[in-house]
Design a protein around this ligand. Structure first.
Ligand code: SF4
Length: 392
């Protein structure tokens, strides 16, 4: 591997493993700014960034954290990310954060917001009740009010005021970032051997702690490096769409296992906040403010997902469309154990795939799953069956 590419991946790997958020601590020491954590799946990062506040994605402890106290807070039939997040909080790893946003992803994250308020009463903790009504006059007005509330609280805690100019600038930076992410997904669709998903994942995840401009540079540099790397050649792998991993993330070893089992992952919902809005936020219609654009992006351009209460047929149609657009030959439902939103939607999505004649398989994981042999056999068999029999 060329040295600059190896160095870039080494940096992304170090950020992935850094559960003390040292890069965030360094950024705060350098700039004097606030840092605002957020849980999956979606918050509009443009808003804090416009106020000089670094948005920081919290994705649990992965497979590197021993849970000692976190298990006491949750029943055994709840997913893993809230217990590792509590563990990180109680151990002081997250003390560099001046606050945390808990978007209305599911009951687990809502309950986590309450625990956070009790455990860390001096910190800003906010349950962001994103609307499930997608009209401008109702859901839009409510959402705008939520965002203004958050901005007011950040300003009370020392952030600079939210203005039209600084929000427009932040939107432009995040739009550039979304386009860079999309360019990598496009490259992976076209030449998946150039962009292994275990690498793409690390580069995307770096964006959860880096300032957005720095992350966009990393994405661009990674893309240029893999395009130029002539050692990366195609192999006879089956093209898969991976879905269900939008909140608690699979361990990196699981992604590598799928690839070693003969799968090219050509679409996914990993680190979903970066692709939650389709297209740019920026288009500012006449008379629309920057905040209007942020609200409209959520209402109109959010991806059809398990945490969006919309017509189930639309979600099924969207998945089938994503399969077609990515050229995937099969779908892997890969969801966290006990993830209500992902697992409740899955039967409807399976129905849509079956109706469209698209093969699929499914399994579950926890962020700290350590044994992949069964998954390797299952995914390998699925990939082989597609290569041998699908459409032949
Ligand atoms: S993994 Fe699923 S159930 Fe658990 S917090 Fe995330 S969305 Fe909620």
């Amino acid at each position: 591997m060329p040295a600059p590419l190896a160095a870039l991946l080494e940096r992304a790997t170090a950020l992935h493993h850094d559960l003390r958020f040292e890069s965030v601590r360094a950024w705060k020491a350098r700039t004097g700014g606030l840092a605002l954590g957020f849980m999956p799946v979606y918050v509009p990062r443009e808003l804090p960034w416009a106020m000089g506040v670094l948005p920081v994605g919290i994705f649990g402890g992965g497979d590197q954290l021993e849970i000692i106290r976190g298990d006491a807070y949750y029943q055994s039939y709840v997913c893993h990310i809230p217990r590792s997040t509590i563990e990180l909080g109680l151990s002081g790893s997250l003390d560099c954060l001046d606050g945390v946003l808990f978007p209305a992803t599911c009951d687990v994250i809502r309950n986590l917001s309450g625990m956070w308020m009790m455990q860390f009463p001096d910190k800003f903790a906010r349950y962001v009740d994103v609307p499930q009504d997608f009209s401008t006059s109702l859901g839009g007005a409510f959402y705008r009010h939520e965002l203004m509330d958050i901005a007011a609280e950040l300003e009370r805690r020392g952030a600079r005021p939210l203005t039209e100019a600084n929000l427009r600038a932040a939107i432009a930076e995040y739009d550039a970032n979304r386009r860079a992410v999309e360019a990598l997904y496009e490259l992976r669709r076209n030449e998946p051997w150039k962009v292994p998903t275990h690498e793409l994942y690390l580069v995307l995840k770096a964006g959860m702690v880096l300032p957005v401009d720095e992350h966009t540079r990393m994405l661009d540099e990674y893309r240029a490096a893999v395009v130029a790397d002539v050692e990366r050649r195609p192999m006879d792998q089956a093209r898969m769409l991976l879905t269900g991993s939008f909140c608690e993330q699979p361990p990196l070893g699981l992604i590598k296992t799928l690839e070693r089992a003969g799968c090219y992952i050509v679409d996914d919902d990993l680190i979903a906040v970066q692709r939650w809005i389709r297209g740019d936020v920026a288009p500012l219609a006449a008379g629309r403010t920057a905040l209007d654009a942020v609200v409209a992006a959520y209402l109109e351009n959010g991806v059809p997902s398990a945490i969006r209460y919309i017509d189930q047929d639309r979600k099924g149609r969207d998945l089938v469309e994503r399969v077609r657009q990515s050229g995937a030959e099969g779908v892997v439902f890969c969801a966290p154990s006990f993830c209500d939103p992902a697992l409740l939607d899955q039967p409807m999505l399976v129905g849509a795939l079956d109706a469209a004649g698209i093969p699929w398989t499914s399994f579950k994981y926890a962020e700290n799953t350590g044994q992949f042999q069964v998954i390797r056999e299952q995914a390998g068999t699925f990939a082989d069956s597609i290569k041998l029999w699908s459409g032949a």
